[in-house]
Design a protein. Sequence first.
Length: 113
Amino acid sequence: MDVRFENNPALLADFTLLARHHLATVATRLGWLDQTPSNAAALYGIWRSFYSIKCLASFLGLSALATIAYQIETLLLPARAGDLTISPEQAQAISQASISLEYQLRALTTELV
């Protein structure tokens, strides 16, 4: 699918607003994981945020964003199942993925200005 955002800037605005909300959730929940690495609510919130971004980005044809979100979603699956405790290095990777997604969101919105 090749979405032309210049024909529908409201769609891009809605997507970026929702994605940024999810990234804020990730930042908050990463703080929870710093305190308790096996916090199930934190893990679910982070996983759900990346899952939602992945699904929306895929639907809109934003494959670079979808790929990053999918990688983190996949990383979190064993942690959600209780088979893995998120290490500080993995938490850093999650944080870096969030930053990368935010940069890509900025680039998307800048292209339309």
